[in-house]
Design a binder for this molecule. Structure first.
Ligand SMILES: Cc1cc2nc3c(=O)[nH]c(=O)nc-3n(C[C@H](O)[C@H](O)[C@H](O)COP(=O)(O)OP(=O)(O)OC[C@H]3O[C@@H](n4cnc5c(N)ncnc54)[C@H](O)[C@@H]3O)c2cc1C
Ligand SMILES: *[C@@H]1O[C@H](CO)[C@@H](O)[C@H](O)[C@H]1NC(C)=O
Ligand SMILES: *[C@@H]1O[C@H](CO)[C@@H](O)[C@H](O)[C@H]1NC(C)=O
Ligand SMILES: *[C@@H]1O[C@H](CO)[C@@H](O)[C@H](O)[C@H]1NC(C)=O
Ligand SMILES: *[C@@H]1O[C@H](CO)[C@@H](O)[C@H](O)[C@H]1NC(C)=O
Ligand SMILES: *[C@@H]1O[C@H](CO)[C@@H](O)[C@H](O)[C@H]1NC(C)=O
Ligand SMILES: *[C@@H]1O[C@H](CO)[C@@H](O)[C@H](O)[C@H]1NC(C)=O
Ligand SMILES: *[C@@H]1O[C@H](CO)[C@@H](O)[C@H](O)[C@H]1NC(C)=O
Ligand SMILES: *[C@@H]1O[C@H](CO)[C@@H](O)[C@H](O)[C@H]1NC(C)=O
Ligand SMILES: *[C@@H]1O[C@H](CO)[C@@H](O)[C@H](O)[C@H]1NC(C)=O
Ligand SMILES: *[C@@H]1O[C@H](CO)[C@@H](O)[C@H](O)[C@H]1NC(C)=O
Ligand SMILES: *[C@@H]1O[C@H](CO)[C@@H](O)[C@H](O)[C@H]1NC(C)=O
Ligand SMILES: *[C@@H]1O[C@H](CO)[C@@H](O)[C@H](O)[C@H]1NC(C)=O
Length: 667
């Protein structure tokens, strides 16, 4: 009888959620939630939706996804490749974060866009689908993570994608697009394919790079990732529109009664209780996450919802560590500043932040009659729009970036005068580098960094791995991006209340510490010098590049460095803040993605990446989350019910004023 009632409740609520009210009304959310869920997923972005989809394949499992943002309304600025990134962010879907002033650059802070919407970063991103080299994932395994090599992840890269090799024969040849189907999947949820239109500038760029002796890759995702290439895009090949986390993993399973999505609800804390059995843990007792606390957008009241099996953190590299810290899991000094009771001291939470710093450099093409994205105005725009809507063809199918060069150190050292000599570069990777972590770095972080440096050195010396990316658009921008940064930043919660006073902007200190190791900025300088060689190749000269100051002077190193430091911005690839590495090396999660010292709290988002690959990272995040779902399923039957029954905790208001003082159930 009880079971039937529960199922009935599930069905009624779910159909309500799915069909007409997926967006649970903020003022009646408590009427729609179950008393408890098996799994609570925090964050409905890329990783969260993958895991929620896979776990609810089992109809007996209940999953609740909390997402701070809303469902996007499919504006063209989200769905149409040709419009993405041109008008800045689509307003409501961004957290509007900023960094702290960047002291190793110019003391200015930077905007730091992150998705605040169902689908997370995949609603805002530039559609680039790259994996990086085989060796980069093998390095993850070397850092203490069995199963996380290229071989271990390839099945999940394939599982997540529906790859279409369709591209017109004309482009196949001129752009050297010949995907290796053995490394691609064709049954997965995320559409991946090629635009049906390319600007002629793509051909010129690939040919120019080739003139310099850099190889052109027919498929950048097959294990060797140094060379110039057309990158595939996360689009549905058939209608040339965005393929994102929401449209790939959520929309197709909205009819599942066991999957609940609560939008515009921000999780503010994870609540723990001690587990009686200790197990193989360096901690005296394992902590069990028994509930999460959340707040409705714009509201003050905090509510709790219990979970029976696991809490799964998928709030992204910036907000997952902040959430752990306010919940009492983090570095001792941070927890002390926040005045939250220590649940677990884990020095790596919010440390080890890595990002790809990028500089957009302008070489304005002035060839008479050239057709570029700048020409999409007036009547041309109307025609282009009509063509896209009618036939899914034309310039609107072309994303901002499809044409890139990934440059190895091996190639770079042969392409520039006063080139970076690999053995000199190597001297940057020694123990002295740890000084750049800052005076307060915990010994385990320093130890982990030393292990990373060893792995990084072998990566940068590998001719299949890139140290620089150059992204070419159609109008003359050649953005240079560092690929294997040595700098490490931090994320820190600034208040025990992540959203104080009904604010939507989280109270955090986000410090990428760009170029705290100067080698990172040095690589960008080499990138600008390489750009200067690229625009002077025979094929690129045909575009008549006409760079203005400061881009027209690639000889003045002082000027180059000043320019770089003034202009570095994020490429939106933060990782490492909840790194998958041994605890003694500053890690936060085990190779099963369980937070050390906890029985049932996992992190599945980009923050677990221990070393940033030389790639745009969404395809890695999709693959990681697919693998995470399998790990969670494997443990489904082995997890024992919690010692103190969590359903003894009533769903009800938390105390908004003393977020640290919530009573733990006695057991
Ligand atoms: C502007 C931009 C451009 C990018 N371009 C590319 C690209 O071209 N190619 C590429 O490969 N990658 C790109 N990326 C990166 C890629 O999108 C991310 O790596 C990916 O989205 C990370 O997935 P995630 O699950 O870790 O986090 P996200 O996708 O960011 O998801 C986290 C989710 O959690 C929610 N959340 C956070 N805190 C809470 C809370 N407390 N309570 C409830 N919900 C919460 C957020 O609102 C968000 O929806 C880009 C990212 C951005 C922002
Ligand atoms: C769901 O539960 C029922 C009843 O307990 C059981 O028979 C069935 O095998 C379960 N299904 C799955 C997929 O675990
Ligand atoms: C970010 O700024 C935009 C534009 O001002 C706004 O619409 C949006 O609500 C803001 N996001 C958050 C999370 O406050
Ligand atoms: C940044 O600020 C610090 C401390 O105030 C100062 O020492 C440094 O010179 C400044 N750097 C720049 C580039 O202005
Ligand atoms: C994969 O995409 C193709 C179109 O490129 C489509 O026909 C097919 O149905 C898709 N497969 C899946 C499993 O979605
Ligand atoms: C492309 O097709 C998908 C369904 O397969 C649909 O959701 C989406 O809106 C379409 N995009 C455009 C731009 O028509
Ligand atoms: C949980 O265990 C730790 C020691 O392992 C102890 O310090 C803490 O007080 C315990 N918490 C509760 C609520 O029992
Ligand atoms: C060159 O291109 C940049 C970026 O598109 C633009 O801002 C600038 O005005 C252009 N300069 C000239 C001289 O056209
Ligand atoms: C595109 O715009 C530029 C500058 O406005 C112009 O010189 C060029 O002729 C245009 N190209 C086409 C094909 O109309
Ligand atoms: C590309 O170049 C060819 C030959 O010069 C020209 O016919 C064609 O119109 C160009 N295409 C675009 C999109 O500019
Ligand atoms: C769509 O394609 C058809 C067939 O190629 C063509 O006749 C038609 O003009 C195209 N429509 C638009 C708006 O470009
Ligand atoms: C670049 O590296 C590739 C190997 O990846 C090599 O074949 C090629 O000759 C190198 N080119 C230059 C200019 O160093
Ligand atoms: C190089 O650039 C710096 C900074 O802009 C400037 O002060 C210096 O005069 C330049 N040197 C030469 C030789 O142009």
């Amino acid at each position: 009888m009880e079971i039937i009632k529960l199922l009935l409740a599930l069905l009624i609520q779910a159909s309500f959620l799915a069909v007409e009210c997926l967006n649970i009304p903020a003022d009646s959310i408590l009427d729609h939630l179950l008393p408890s869920y098996d799994y609570i997923v925090v964050g409905g972005g890329v990783s969260g939706l993958v895991v929620a989809n896979r776990l609810t394949e089992n109809p007996n499992v209940t999953v609740l996804v909390f997402e701070a943002g809303e469902l996007d309304s499919s504006p063209e600025a989200v769905t149409v490749p040709g419009l993405i990134g041109h008008g800045g962010f689509v307003p409501p879907y961004n957290w509007n974060l900023t960094t702290t002033p960047q002291e190793f650059l110019d003391n200015r802070s930077r905007d730091y866009g992150q998705g605040h919407v169902v689908g997370g970063g995949s609603i805002l991103n530039g559609l680039v689908m790259t994996r990086g080299a085989k060796a980069e994932y093998d390095a993850w395994e070397t850092l203490g993570n069995p199963g996380w090599s290229w071989r271990g992840l390839l099945p999940y890269f394939k599982k997540s994608e529906n790859f279409s090799a369709v591209v017109s024969p004309e482009y196949q040849n001129t752009l050297h697009i010949h995907p290796h189907m053995s490394v691609h999947g064709t049954d997965g949820p995320v559409g991946v394919g090629y635009p049906s239109f390319f600007y002629n500038q793509s051909t010129k760029f690939l040919r120019g790079i080739h003139e310099l002796g850099v190889p052109v890759l027919s498929d950048p995702n097959a294990g060797v990732a140094a060379g110039a290439t057309i990158v595939p895009s996360s689009i549905l090949a058939w209608n040339q529109s965005r393929a994102d986390g929401r449209r790939s993993y959520l929309d197709p399973v909205l009819d599942r009664p066991n999957l609940h999505l609560a939008t515009q609800q921000t999780v503010t804390r994870i609540l723990f209780v001690n587990e009686t059995s200790t197990g193989q843990s360096p901690f005296e007792a394992l902590r069990r996450a028994y509930a999460v606390e959340f707040v409705t957008l714009g509201d003050l009241h905090r509510w709790q919802v219990p979970c029976g099996k696991e809490v799964i953190l998928a709030a992204g590299s910036v907000l997952s560590p902040a959430l752990l810290q306010v919940s009492g899991v983090g570095p001792a000094s941070v927890l002390e500043d926040l005045q939250v009771p220590v649940v677990l001291e884990i020095p790596g939470v919010g440390q080890n932040f890595q990002d790809h710093g990028m500089v957009q450099a302008f070489y304005n093409y002035t060839e008479p009659g050239l057709f570029s994205a700048n020409n999409l105005t007036g009547d041309t725009l109307l025609n282009v729009q009509e063509q896209y809507l009618a036939n899914h063809t034309g310039p609107w199918t072309q994303p901002l970036i499809s044409t890139v060069a990934f440059i190895s150190l091996f190639n770079l050292s042969r392409l520039l005068d006063h080139a970076p000599n690999p053995s000199v570069i190597g001297s940057n990777f020694d123990h002295k580098a740890a000084l750049r972590l800052g005076p307060d770095a915990h010994p385990t972080i320093v130890e982990g960094y030393a292990h990373q440096l060893r792995a990084l050195l072998s990566l940068v010396l590998n001719p299949a791995v890139a140290v620089l990316e150059i992204m070419a658009d159609s109008i003359g921008t050649l953005s240079v991006v560092m690929q294997h940064p040595l700098s490490r930043g931090t994320v820190r919660a600034l208040s025990s209340d992540l959203l104080s006073g009904g604010s939507v902007a989280p109270n955090i200190h986000l410090d990428p510490r760009y170029c705290s190791h100067d080698l990172d900025c040095e690589f960008l300088r080499y990138g600008l010098k390489l750009n200067d060689r690229i625009i002077k190749t025979k094929h690129m000269k045909e575009l008549k590049p006409a760079p203005a100051y400061p881009w027209n002077d690639a000889c003045n190193d002082t000027l180059l460095t000043e320019t770089i430091k003034a202009r570095i911005q994020t490429e939106f690839h933060p990782v490492g803040t909840t790194a998958m590495m041994p605890l003694a090396h500053g890690g936060v999660v085990s190779p099963r993605l369980v937070v050390y010292g906890t029985a049932n709290l996992r992190v599945v988002d980009a923050g677990i990446i221990p070393i940033l690959p030389a790639a745009h990272i969404q395809s890695a995040v999709f693959a990681i989350a697919e693998k995470a779902a399998d790990l969670i399923k494997e443990d489904y039957d082995t997890f024992q019910p919690p010692t103190p029954a969590p359903n003894s905790i009533p769903l009800g208001p938390g105390d908004p004023h003393t977020p640290s003082g919530s009573p733990e159930p006695q057991g």
